[in-house]
Design a protein around this ligand. Structure first.
Ligand SMILES: C[S@@+](CC[C@H](N)C(=O)[O-])C[C@H]1O[C@@H](n2cnc3c(N)ncnc32)[C@H](O)[C@@H]1O
Length: 170
């Protein structure tokens, strides 16, 4: 194989490796109780790569001082933990719109730290109109707090939700 053919082969694999479901396969719409959510627009097979979201990273000190007091705190993932706090990541695009399933998440996600992306993969075969949800972790979620000023994501049991190793078994 000459160099040109090899380069072509490599790039073909690179693209294939990142091939997401076609855009029309997913839709974003309002749910009854959780704001917007991501839905299958047609039947989808387990193993499909749903989305690769690039992330915007917030250094620990900036997030601690500003981000956590804003709407961002409903959306950010813990990207990495350091001794002075966690670097937080906002998924740019669809990744920010997956809701939490208490009972049966059908989407898993992994962090690609080298590429600064989060990859969302379907774990189960689903029918059209199924909501696609990840797991934010176990325990009480921050939006369930009776007095929101008393419960933050920091002390909620879900705090482990967005560490990026959530390979969830079905
Ligand atoms: C990462 S965002 C998901 C997208 C969000 N629904 C929206 O419309 O922008 C997380 C927020 O969605 C809501 N949410 C996610 N899962 C939920 C659930 N199972 N029940 C109620 N609210 C949920 C909460 O308000 C949470 O702070």
């Amino acid at each position: 194989m000459n160099d040109e053919a090899r380069a072509e082969e490599i790039s073909r694999h690179a693209i294939a490796d990142d091939e997401e479901v076609p855009k029309g396969a997913l839709s974003v719409r309002k749910t009854d109780q959780a704001g917007r959510g991501v839905f299958a627009a047609k039947p989808l097979q387990a193993g499909m790569l749903l989305n690769v979201s690039h992330v915007l990273l917030f250094p620990a000190d900036e997030y601690q001082e500003h981000g956590r007091h804003t709407q961002l705190d409903n959306y950010t993932y813990i990207w990495s933990k350091g001794k002075d706090g966690s670097t937080m990541a906002l998924a740019l695009g669809l990744g920010s719109l997956f809701n939490h399933s208490y009972e049966s998440p059908n989407v898993s996600y992994t962090f690609d730290r080298a590429k600064e992306t989060i990859r969302y993969t379907l774990m189960k075969n689903v029918d059209a109109e199924t909501e696609l949800c990840i797991s934010y972790g176990s325990g009480k979620m921050w939006w369930e707090a009776k007095d929101e000023s008393q419960t933050t994501r920091e002390d909620s049991a879900e705090r482990d939700w967005m560490e990026g190793f959530a390979t969830i078994s079905s």
